[in-house]
Structure formats: C-alpha cells, structure tokens
Design a protein around this ligand. Structure first.
Ligand code: CTP
Length: 404
C-alpha cells in the first residue's frame, strides 16, 4: 500500500532513548510513500546521529535555526510551510512543556510555533519514564496541548529502558505508522459506534474436534480498521482467526455462532452501525460431547445430528433499534455464482438496507477482492482492490447512505 503517497511529513526528534525507534519509523513512513524531512534537537543528537536519519530519509537533516543552507535563513518558516503534518517522535516531557508555553529557543520548537495551525497539524508521540508520564505536570500539559489543537498520540506500556515497567514508552514504529495513516483518513464516521463481525465460527463436536470454514477474517478486520480510521468507535466480534486487532479497536473473541450472537446482542445495544462480515456456520452439532468421541471398533462412524444456528444479521436487523432507524445494518453474501440475483434476494430476506456481495471462493484468505453493493436503489460494483481499500470505500458508501 501507498497510504502516505504525496504526503510530506516533518519528523521531529527530541531527546529520549526512543530515538532508536525513530529510525525505523522514518523508514516506514518513506516506505508508505511519504517524503520525510527530519529535524532534530540537540538532545536528540545525543541518542542518534543526523547521519542515520539523513540516510533513511534521503534528505539532509536540520538541527539548528542558524543553518545557513536556507537562502533566507528561515528554516523554521520554510520547513513548516511545505509540510502536511509535523510529527514529533519521540516527544520528551521537556519538549511538551516547551510547546505548551510557546517557547521557541531552538529550531524544532520554533518551527512548531511558526507553523500555520490550520493547514499543518502537529502530532506528538510522547516517550518518557512512567513516573514522568504520570506526573500531574505532564498530564496537565497533555490536556492543555490537546485543547490547543495538538494530537497527542497514546503511549505504550511495558518494560522501559530505565528498568521500570509501566506507561510512557513510545509506541512502536508500526503503531505510529498506523496512527499517522489513520490521521489522514476523512472522518466520515465521527461519532458513530460500529459493530463488526469477522472470521469463521467454530462449532464443537467434542473437546478436540469441530466444524469451521475457511474464512480468514481479513475483510471484517479491514472494515473494523477503516471504520476506526474514519473516526468511529469500533467493536470487532471475531471468530477464531490468526489476525491481530487493528489499532484502537475493541476486540471481542468468540468461538461458536451462539457466542457470536450473544456478544453481538450485547454490543448492538449501543451500536449505530452493524456490519456482519463473519462467515457464521449455518448449523452446529445437536450436542457437543463432553468427552472425545472414540472409535468403538465396529468400523461404524458416529452419527451426528445438526441444528440450525440463529441468524445473527437477521436477528439484529429485526431489533427495535434497527427498525427504528437507530442502527444501520449491513450484510455480506458469499456466493459462487449469479451474484447480483442472490445478493438482491438475500438483502430482502435478511431485511437490511445494504448488502455486500462477493464471490466466496475468490475471496477467502485472499488479500484482495471485488465487491457488489446492493441496496433498494440498485447495485454498484467496487472493482478489485486490496481489502483495506475496499473497506474504506464501503465505509464511505455507508456514511453517504446514513447522511441521507
Ligand atoms: N449471517 C449471520 N448469522 C448466520 C448466518 C449468516 O449473521 N447464522 C450473516 C453473515 O455474516 C452475512 C450474511 O448473514 O452477513 C449472509 O450469510 P450467508 O451465509 O451468505 O447467507 P445465508 O443466509 O446462509 O444463505 P445461503 O446459505 O443460502 O447462502
């Protein structure tokens, strides 16, 4: 993906051991298509050299407001005017305190103060010892910086360079990358609470065996990520899959269709959008044996009975909140043929305003797919693309329909 193509990011480094992560972050931003201009404070130079950052960003690094390379000798103006965002990573406690007071005694803080606030957002990735992070002075500064319009990103939790354990270390480069990508996505679902189901379900036969399907969960996880990027609060109810949850998404792991239904009924009480991307098993064994079913030596296989699982999508689509227009429901259909006809019929049968059709065998486990969106007005195709790109388009389509 080139999620940052065309973006110019000024990456500011302040003094902290997390500077070692800034090298990898710089690389990740460049790999995602951004151009990166590094600016370092003198303290940052104690932890990592401008040579490293220059090599990774492929641009010479600025460290001083007295840098004579700029014809007008105004690096703080020139560098900030061309940026799509300034990202300070790591941002030390001291640097936050400086920003708070509008101090400008070296290039990086000077540039932050001189930036056009409307067009150049400032993102801070704090990095410090847990006591420093928890200190009322720091927390006060974070709150004030937020109300001044800065985006203060989360901190990580865990082992710290000082040997202590707790909150305050800088997020990992990949987490920061996700946050920066999300920052630039249009906030078309701001204020919405989105519930998404994803993956297969697992219906136990006995303690060691069960029935499941080949759904990888990738589409549902991509939708959860796209909705979160679009500003929604997202709950992802996931069957057994080998995927990690997108950043900032609440994940609820379930196994069977019955578990999934229970979780969905609970979280749908607050949801404003429900998207059923899971491949829910249609049937489960009538009884799940308590003990492993053993061969009895007769050569006869055991007889398994099945009962139909509740239809989670249809159940929620019929709930008072969906019927009253408080929750917009979106279903999926995985078909093998006659997609438009099947998807159209399924939309009506499930009682949902929007149904997303795809060809099952062409999508399970794949990283890309193509979608057919069917609603009361007709259908539109979203051509083959990565699942994340499709998910972002689907989110935009849902937002557009909800706005009407
Ligand atoms: N779904 C659900 N609960 C079920 C079965 C399906 O919530 N027990 C949802 C899926 O998440 C999907 C949609 O319903 O959004 C379509 O499911 P699908 O299995 O393709 O349709 P079916 O109703 O099972 O129809 P058919 O088996 O005829 O294809």
């Amino acid at each position: 993906m080139n999620d940052l193509a065309g973006k110019h990011i000024v990456l500011g480094l302040t003094g902290g051991i997390a500077c070692y992560k800034a090298a990898e972050l710089c690389r990740a931003l460049v790999k995602e298509g951004a151009t990166v201009q590094v600016v370092m404070t003198e303290a940052a130079g104690q932890f990592i050299t401008p040579v490293t950052m220059q090599a990774l960003s492929n641009r010479s690094v600025y460290t001083s407001q007295w840098d004579g390379r700029e014809a007008n000798n105004m690096a703080h103006i020139n560098l900030s005017r061309e940026a799509d965002a300034i990202l300070i990573a790591p941002c030390s406690a001291d640097f936050m305190a400086k920003l708070l007071h509008g101090r400008a005694d070296e290039l990086l803080s000077l540039m932050c103060l001189a930036r056009p606030r409307e067009s150049v957002p400032l993102l801070l990735a704090p990095a410090m010892n847990r006591e420093m992070w928890a200190h009322p002075a720091t927390q006060r500064n974070v709150a004030q910086l937020r109300s001044d319009g800065c985006t203060v990103l989360d901190v990580g939790s865990g082992d710290q360079a000082c040997g202590e354990t707790g909150d305050g270390r800088m997020l990992e480069p990949n987490e920061l990358l996700q946050d920066v990508i999300a920052f630039f996505q249009p906030k078309v679902l701001a204020g919405q609470r989105v519930l998404v189901t994803a993956g297969p379900t697992y219906e136990a036969i006995d303690p060691v065996r069960g029935i499941t399907n080949l759904s990888s969960g990738k589409m549902g996880f991509a939708i959860a990520r796209a909705a979160q990027e679009a500003g929604a609060e997202v709950t992802l109810v996931a069957g057994p899959v080998a995927l990690s949850a997108p950043r900032g998404v609440r994940r609820v792991d379930v196994k069977s269709a019955s578990n999934m239904l229970a979780a969905c009924v609970e979280y749908a009480q607050a949801a404003t959008i429900f998207i059923a991307a899971a491949a829910v098993a249609d049937w489960r064994p009538t009884v799940a044996a308590d003990q492993k079913i053993k061969k009895d030596g007769s050569g006869q296989p055991p007889t398994l009975g099945f009962v139909e699982n509740a239809d989670i999508l249809a159940t929620l689509a019929q709930s008072a909140r969906a019927q009253g227009g408080e929750m917009f429901c979106v279903g999926f259909a995985a078909e093998s043929h006659d997609l438009l006809a099947h998807a159209t019929a399924k939309r009506i049968r499930k009682g949902v305003p929007l149904l997303v059709g795809n060809i099952g065998p062409a999508t399970f486990g794949q990283d890309d797919n193509a979608l057919l969106l069917v609603d009361a007005a007709g259908s539109i195709e979203i051509p083959r693309n990565s699942k994340l790109a499709l998910a972002r388009q689907l989110v935009a389509e849902i937002a557009r329909r909800m706005a009407h």
